[in-house]
Unconditional design. Sequence first.
Length: 117
Amino acid sequence: MKIPKHPTLIRRLCDARVKKLKATRPVLAASLVIIRKQCGRPGCRCQRGEKHPGHYLTYKEKGKTRTVYVPLDLVEEVKGWIEEHRRLRRLTREISQLAIAQVRTHVTARNRRAGRS
């Protein structure tokens, strides 16, 4: 992200991102993975190597990785929730960078307003 030098532009960019910070759907801090398993039934296709796919969420809870099965009819919705978390995390990172830039340019802007270069 390119950060402008002028404090007013920085403030405008920061305010615009803060307005976008509202979640539009549930937020899910997890990863969606596909795990292929064998069912164990004799004569099933998975016995010949074509295993059954299953969608699972992996997430951290108290420092441990946890896994939860996701039914097929929920997969697309869960993907949207994960994407919403990524979008908010990206916005938060940008807001933080802009706030740091605002702090850095504060003294220069104050001196400029006072008539000193």
